[in-house]
Design a protein around this ligand. Structure first.
Ligand code: SAH
Ligand code: MG
Length: 222
């Protein structure tokens, strides 16, 4: 039986099953678009980086694309949850609370999901605030996936901290882009970041799937 090579643009059924079993906020169609972007960008031979690990749902796809391309997937999260995931808010999951601390901690759930997917070796988890990690970062990335906090403060900091590290020809992927305020579940900050990336002249839109936007770095001056 022929093996799926590094050019494969869809994950194996086992990876899709692990993805679908993981807690999180990534529909299948958008996940497949993310995977295709990651598989393509991985050909640059540079790492893929995600902001917003949560319980590892999208990370599984990035990790599998990274494995196929022979690169590393990095994923950044403080693991204390976004505003809308806190107790009492719409996106809260009581299972994500550390009972000893009474605070959210998605790190154990993420690690379990990644282990079950068989992808631990392909991922480096960076536990901390995105701007803090970005301030230490100084090497090019094949892909940056922005899926962290949805306030303007967080989304803007993610863009400013990480978009400059996308290599020429690499991809910037933004989740939860809702151009129409009627569709707005978690605010329009990612949409404003998307507009800003296009206006910068450094990025050109490649595809749109649901609320997922894929942009290619085609210029400088972010
Ligand atoms: N990609 C995930 C969903 C991410 S939810 C999936 O596929 O299901 C958003 C995540 O961003 C949360 O886990 C939250 O803790 C994290 N987050 C929000 N603001 C952050 C910040 N400033 N730095 C690091 N992580 C942040
Ligand atoms: Mg999201």
């Amino acid at each position: 039986m022929p093996m799926a090579g590094p050019m494969s643009m869809a994950p194996e059924p086992g990876i899709m099953a692990a993805f679908e079993a993981a807690k999180g906020f990534m529909p299948v169609d958008e996940g497949l678009a993310l995977y295709a972007a990651a598989a393509e960008a991985g050909r640059l031979g540079l790492p893929l980086l995600e902001i917003g690990t949560y319980c590892g749902r999208s990370t599984i796809l990035l990790a599998d694309a990274a494995r196929a391309a022979g690169v590393t997937a990095l994923t950044v999260d403080h693991h204390r949850g976004s505003e809308e995931q806190q107790p009492g808010w719409d996106y809260h999951d009581p299972e994500t609370v550390d009972p000893g601390l009474g605070l959210m901690d998605t790190l154990p759930t993420f690690r379990r999901a990644l282990h079950r997917a068989g992808l631990e070796d392909h991922v480096v988890a960076l536990v901390g605030r995105s701007p803090r990690v970005a301030a230490l970062w100084n090497s090019p990335l094949a892909l940056v996936f922005v899926d962290g906090g949805h306030t303007d403060e967080h989304a803007t900091a993610d863009y400013e901290g990480w978009a400059p590290h996308v290599a020429e020809g690499g991809l910037l992927v933004i989740h939860d882009v809702f151009p129409d305020p009627v569709d707005e579940f978690t605010g329009q900050a990612p949409y404003r970041v998307h507009l800003r990336a296009l206006a910068s002249g450094a990025f050109t839109e490649v595809s749109a799937t649901g609320s997922l936007r894929v942009l290619r770095r085609t210029g400088t001056g972010i």
